[in-house]
Design a protein around this ligand. Structure first.
Ligand SMILES: Cc1cc2nc3c(=O)[nH]c(=O)nc-3n(C[C@H](O)[C@H](O)[C@H](O)COP(=O)(O)OP(=O)(O)OC[C@H]3O[C@@H](n4cnc5c(N)ncnc54)[C@H](O)[C@@H]3O)c2cc1C
Ligand SMILES: NC(=O)c1ccc[n+]([C@@H]2O[C@H](COP(=O)([O-])OP(=O)(O)OC[C@H]3O[C@@H](n4cnc5c(N)ncnc54)[C@H](O)[C@@H]3O)[C@@H](O)[C@H]2O)c1
Length: 476
C-alpha cells in the first residue's frame, strides 16, 4: 500500500464534506497545527444533522409531543381543546431555529481556520482531488498529505414497482412542508419512520406504517418494538409488520399500495407516501477507485483507526459508520484527524474507535434509547450475563406523569456485575439512558448503581430496580 505522504502537497489534511463528521475532523486537525481544507458540495453549508436531520425533526416532534399533552388534558383535570395544528407555523418555527443553528455552524466553518472550497470533490489519484465548484467556474485540483472522507448519506429508495411514478416524500419534504395531506403511508420501520409517524399522527394525520421486518427498529430488543406497536395502535395508527410490498399505483389522484401482510394480501389507499427505508452512503462520484479506497456493503471499508484501504485516507460519519448517528460521526472525525496527525509525524497510528458505549435514541412517543451491548450481542460473544427489567406502569413518578408505557432493562456481567448495556422505552428515554452511559464509562457495576443516591420521586430512580434484580442474581 502507498504510505508515501507526498511532501509537495498543499494541505496536511483535506476533509471532503463539512457535516458533523467532517467539521469535527477539521477542527481537531486545525487544533493540532495542521493546514486544513474542507470541500463541501452542498448548496447550503451545515450538514444533515442541522439542515435536514436531527435538529429539524426534533423541532417538529416537539409540536407533536405538546399536542399529545393537549389531547390528554381532561385526564389531568384540565380544560383544553385540541384545535388542530398550524403546519405553516410549525414549519416557520423550524426554519427560524435551523437558520440560527446553520448560521452558527457556517460561521465556524468560515472563521478562517480552514480553506473552504464550495464544490464537488472526486479523486484523481491517492493525493489529488478534482474540485468542481458550485458556482460554475472551472474545475481545479488540490493536493493533500492526508484526507478524511465525510460525505454522509442519501435517502435510499428501493425499486418498488410504481413507487417512482406514484411519487413520494422522504423526511426532507416532511421537514419543510407548510401543508400536510390527511392520510399517509409510512414505508419502513427504523428511526426515521417511527419519528415521522409520531409527528404526522401527533399533528392529526392518519398514518399506516408498513414495515418489511417482523419488528420495528430491526436489531434492537424485540420487546421495544412490541411497546411501540401497542402505543402507536392505541393512538390510532395502523402498524403492519412482516410485509412485502408488491406495487404502488395512482387511483383518483391518491396512492394505492398493494402488499402482503403475514399470509394475507391487503392494500391501503392514502393521500401521500413517506419513504423511510434506510439511507445509503454518499460515495457516488468520488472516484474512489482512483485512490484505491474500497467499499464494503456500499460503505467505505475502515479500520478501527478510521483508515480506509489507503492508509493516509481516513473516513468518518455515515459514509463509513456502523451506526448513522451524530455522536459517532464526531468521535470518528476526531480520531481520523488525530491519527492523520500521527501519520504525518511518523508516529504509530494507534488510536482506535471504541464502540463499547454506542448510543442510539429514537424520539418517538414513547421514546426508545439503548446503550452498549444487547442480549443477542452478548449471547453471540459468549459473555455470561444477567438481566433485570422494570415497567413504567409500576413506577410512581411515571404513574404521576401518566406516562406508563414501556420498561427499562439492564444487562450486567454475571460474575463482575459490570453493566454491559441498557435499554429503555418510555418517557424521556433519550435523557434517562445517559445515567447508565456515565456508569458504563467508569465501568460501574450494578452494585455501584444501587449505592448511588437517587432522588425520589424521579424517573431516574427506575434504574435502581433492574440494577437490584441483576445484583440479586449475581449474589445468588
Ligand atoms: C430525518 C433524520 C433525523 C435524524 N435524527 C438523528 C438524531 O436524532 N440523532 C442522531 O444522532 N442522528 C440523527 N440522524 C442521523 C445524523 O443526521 C447523521 O448521522 C449525521 O448528520 C451524519 O453526519 P456526516 O458528517 O456523516 O454527514 P453529513 O452531515 O451529511 O455531511 C456530509 C457533507 O458532505 C457533502 N458531500 C457529499 N459528497 C460530496 C462530494 N463528493 N464533494 C464535496 N462534498 C460532498 C454534503 O454536501 C454534506 O454537506 C438523523 C438523520 C435524518 C435523515
Ligand atoms: N433518532 C436518531 O438517532 C435517528 C433518527 C433518524 C435517523 N437516524 C439514522 O438515520 C439512518 C436512516 O434511518 P432509517 O430509519 O431510514 O433507516 P433504517 O435502516 O434504520 O430503517 C429502515 C427500515 O426500513 C425497512 N425497509 C427497508 N426496505 C423496505 C421495504 N421494501 N418495505 C418495507 N420496509 C422496508 C427496514 O426493515 C428497516 O427497518 C439510520 O441509520 C439512523 O441511525 C437516526
Amino acid at each position: 500500500m502507498n504510505t508515501d505522504l507526498d511532501p509537495a502537497s498543499h494541505f496536511d489534511f483535506i476533509v471532503i464534506g463539512g457535516g458533523s463528521g467532517g467539521y469535527a475532523a477539521a477542527r481537531t486537525a486545525h487544533s493540532l497545527g495542521m493546514s486544513v481544507a474542507i470541500i463541501d458540495g452542498a448548496a447550503e453549508l451545515g450538514g444533515l444533522c442541522i439542515l435536514r436531520g436531527c435538529m429539524p425533526s426534533k423541532t417538529l416532534i416537539e409540536s407533536a409531543d405538546r399536542n399529545l399533552s393537549i389531547r390528554r388534558a381532561a385526564e389531568f383535570g384540565l380544560k383544553a381543546q385540541p384545535l388542530g395544528a398550524d403546519i405553516r407555523a410549525i414549519r416557520d418555527r423550524k426554519r427560524t431555529l435551523i437558520a440560527d443553528f446553520a448560521s452558527y455552524r457556517q460561521g465556524q466553518l468560515e472563521d478562517g481556520r480552514f480553506v473552504i472550497y464550495r464544490g464537488h470533490a472526486s479523486f484523481v489519484d491517492a493525493h489529488t482531488l478534482e474540485v468542481l465548484p458550485r458556482d460554475g467556474s472551472a474545475s481545479f485540483q488540490v493536493r493533500g498529505k492526508t484526507f478524511c472522507i465525510a460525505t454522509g448519506s442519501v435517502a435510499s429508495v428501493p425499486p418498488i414497482p410504481g413507487l417512482a411514478e406514484a411519487g413520494f416524500w422522504t423526511s426532507d419534504e416532511v421537514l419543510d412542508t407548510d401543508t400536510l395531506p390527511e392520510t399517509f403511508a409510512v414505508l419502513g420501520g427504523g428511526a426515521i419512520a417511527l419519528e415521522m409517524a409520531h409527528y404526522l399522527e401527533g399533528v392529526g394525520r392518519k398514518v399506516t406504517l408498513i414495515q418489511r421486518s417482523e419488528q420495528f427498529l430491526t436489531g434492537l430488543d424485540p420487546e421495544c418494538s412490541a411497546v411501540i406497536e401497542k402505543a402507536y395502535a392505541h393512538r390510532g395508527m395502523t402498524c403492519h409488520l412482516g410485509t412485502s410490498i408488491h406495487r404502488i399505483s395512482t387511483v383518483n389522484g391518491r396512492k394505492h399500495i398493494e402488499y402482503r401482510h403475514g399470509d394475507k394480501e391487503t392494500s391501503v389507499t392514502v393521500d401521500h407516501i413517506l419513504v423511510a427505508m434506510g439511507r445509503s452512503p454518499a460515495t457516488d462520484g468520488l472516484n474512489l477507485e482512483a485512490a484505491k479506497v474500497s467499499l464494503t456493503k456500499k460503505k467505505i471499508a475502515i479500520q478501527p483507526t478510521m483508515q480506509s484501504t489507503q492508509p493516509h485516507i481516513f473516513a468518518a460519519g455515515d459514509v463509513c459508520s456502523p451506526l448513522d448517528v451524530v455522536h459517532v460521526a464526531i468521535q470518528q472525525g476526531e480520531i481520523a484527524a488525530r491519527n492523520a496527525h500521527r501519520l504525518i509525524h511518523g508516529k504509530a497510528v494507534e488510536e482506535k474507535a471504541d464502540y463499547r458505549l454506542l448510543l442510539f435514541g429514537v424520539f418517538s412517543h414513547p421514546q426508545v434509547a439503548a446503550v452498549g451491548a444487547g442480549e443477542e450481542e452478548l449471547r453471540k460473544a459468549g459473555t455470561p450475563y444477567v438481566t433485570g427489567s422494570y415497567p413504567f406502569n409500576d413506577h410512581g413518578k411515571s404513574m404521576c406523569m401518566g406516562e406508563t408505557e414501556g420498561f427499562v432493562k439492564m444487562l450486567a456481567h454475571r460474575e463482575s456485575g459490570e453493566i454491559m448495556g441498557a435499554i429503555c422505552v418510555g418517557p424521556q428515554a433519550t435523557e434517562l439512558v445517559h445515567e447508565v452511559v456515565i456508569a458504563m464509562h467508569y465501568r460501574g457495576t450494578v452494585q455501584d448503581f444501587m449505592n448511588i443516591p437517587h432522588y425520589h420521586p424521579t424517573l431516574s430512580e427506575i434504574w435502581t430496580y433492574p440494577a437490584e434484580e441483576c445484583a440479586d442474581q449475581i449474589n445468588g
